[in-house]
Design a protein around this ligand. Structure first.
Ligand code: CU
Length: 192
C-alpha cells in the first residue's frame, strides 16, 4: 500500500509538473492586451503568434477581397453557369462593356485574338467576385482565392476564369502594357 501511494503521489507530482510546463507555454498567448500593458516587448511576439495561429486555421484574404468566396463557390449551382467570351486585341476589348449579374456563376473566356500580349487588369472587379478557378486552354486549372492581374499571351492565348460576381457596381478594365490603355484598351464591367 505504501508503495502504491508513493507511485500515485509521484504520478500526481509529475502530472502537476507537466501541467505547469504546458501552462507556461500557453501563458504568452493569453489575451494580448493584458500582456502588452505589463510587458510591451513580449506583447508583439504573442500577437504575432496568435496571428500565425489564425492563418493556419483559415487563411485570410488581403483586405478588400471577398472573404467568404469559397463558401459562395461551393453553394452555387454551377450547372447554371453562363459562358461569356471577351476578346482582347489591338487595341480593344470585345465587348467593351461587359454586363454581368451578381450571384450568377460565370465562365469568362479571355481570348487574345491580337498580335501582341495583352493584360486584363480589373483590380476592383477582381476584388468583388468569388473565385472558383482559372483554366489555361483547357489544359491546366489554377485554384485561387483571389487574383490581382491577368495576362493573356498573343494569339491564340486563352484564359478562362470561373467566378461569381458578388458586389454590384461599375468596374474599369484595362491593359497595362505600354500605351495600350491610351490607345483604347479600357472598358467597363457592369455588375447588376
Ligand atoms: Cu494590350
Amino acid at each position: 500500500m505504501e508503495r502504491n501511494t508513493l507511485i500515485v503521489a509521484m504520478a500526481v507530482a509529475l502530472a502537476g509538473f507537466s501541467w505547469a510546463v504546458s501552462a507556461q507555454v500557453v501563458a504568452p498567448a493569453a489575451p494580448a492586451k493584458s500582456v502588452s500593458k505589463a510587458k510591451p516587448a513580449k506583447a508583439k511576439a504573442s500577437e504575432a503568434k496568435s496571428v500565425e495561429a489564425a492563418k493556419t486555421v483559415e487563411p485570410a484574404k488581403p483586405a478588400g477581397f471577398i472573404q467568404d468566396g469559397a463558401a459562395l463557390v461551393k453553394a452555387a449551382d454551377w450547372n447554371k453557369m453562363e459562358t461569356v467570351t471577351v476578346e482582347l486585341g489591338e487595341y480593344h476589348f470585345h465587348p467593351m462593356d461587359l454586363k454581368l449579374k451578381a450571384g450568377q456563376p460565370y465562365k469568362i473566356e479571355l481570348k487574345n485574338v491580337g498580335e501582341k500580349h495583352h493584360y486584363y487588369t480589373a483590380p476592383e472587379f477582381f476584388k468583388n467576385v468569388a473565385w472558383r478557378k482559372l483554366m489555361v486552354n483547357g489544359q491546366a486549372e489554377i485554384k485561387v482565392d483571389y487574383v490581382n492581374a491577368l495576362e493573356v499571351l498573343k494569339k491564340p492565348g486563352q484564359l478562362d476564369i470561373y467566378i461569381i460576381p458578388v458586389n454590384k457596381g461599375t468596374y474599369t478594365v484595362y491593359c497595362t502594357i505600354d500605351d495600350h490603355r491610351e490607345k483604347g484598351m479600357e472598358g467597363t464591367i457592369i455588375v447588376e
